[in-house]
Design a protein around this ligand. Structure first.
Ligand code: AMP
Length: 197
């Protein structure tokens, strides 16, 4: 039986994937979204798409992304609200890369309150910093030069890590060791949301 059947049994889930850049959230997001039967929504992918398309949004964010900095919260609120309002995401989603700041977490809570839903779970994928630098340098994307990688990790520590306390306080946070083979990490994440791999 397909995994989506299981997901149906558990209901559509609203899940946030949290973790440092390079922890494998994108890969895990795609895998989990298939098992849970909900769309994987990556704000990084959306922004890269906008840059590639040369849209107004893309022109606004390309320099910021190239430096490893965060796009401002108001711009991100527009991007994410429009996406979450689409029919496909109304019943459930797996958010990868949003929220990244406390104001973004509050924006997300507001959007969910207005659309009549709430988060089921926030899954933190943890990987040691030196492993993240090593992985990023192997990937060699334009924004993956060592300096930019370090900048992205610093931004994560300073602006995103406070979300760990925020979501722990709400009783939503679960964490997994992301420094393991992909399929083991996926199985742990699925177990945390009550789905067998
Ligand atoms: P990612 O692929 O999630 O690492 O995102 C790539 C880049 O897009 C980040 O380094 C940021 O510049 C930008 N970005 C993605 N999501 C967000 C967000 N929620 N808030 C601010 N900037 C973001």
């Amino acid at each position: 039986m397909g995994d989506a059947v299981d997901a149906g049994r558990f209901g559509r889930m609203k899940v946030v994937l949290l973790g440092p850049p390079g922890a494998g959230k994108g890969t895990q997001g795609e895998l989990l979204s298939r098992s849970l039967g909900v769309p994987a929504i990556s704000t990084g992918e959306m922004l890269r798409g906008a840059v590639a398309a040369g849209s107004e949004l893309g022109r606004k964010v390309s320099g910021i992304m190239a430096l490893g900095n965060l796009v401002d919260d108001d711009t991100m609120a527009e991007v994410v609200e429009e996406r979450l309002r689409q029919e496909e995401a109304r019943q459930g989603f797996l958010l990868d890369g949003y929220p990244r700041t406390l104001p973004q977490a509050e924006t997300l809570a507001g959007i969910l309150a207005r659309t009549g839903g709430e988060l089921d779970s926030v899954l933190l994928v943890e990987v040691p910093e030196e492993e993240l630098v090593r992985r990023a340098l192997l990937r060699k994307r334009a924004d993956d030069q060592e300096e930019v990688v370090r900048a992205r990790l610093r931004v994560y520590r300073e602006q995103t890590m406070p979300l760990i306390g925020y979501y722990t306080g709400l009783g939503l946070l679960c964490q997994v060791d992301g420094n393991r083979p992909i399929e083991e990490v996926t199985a742990s994440l699925l177990a945390l949301v009550g789905v067998e791999a």
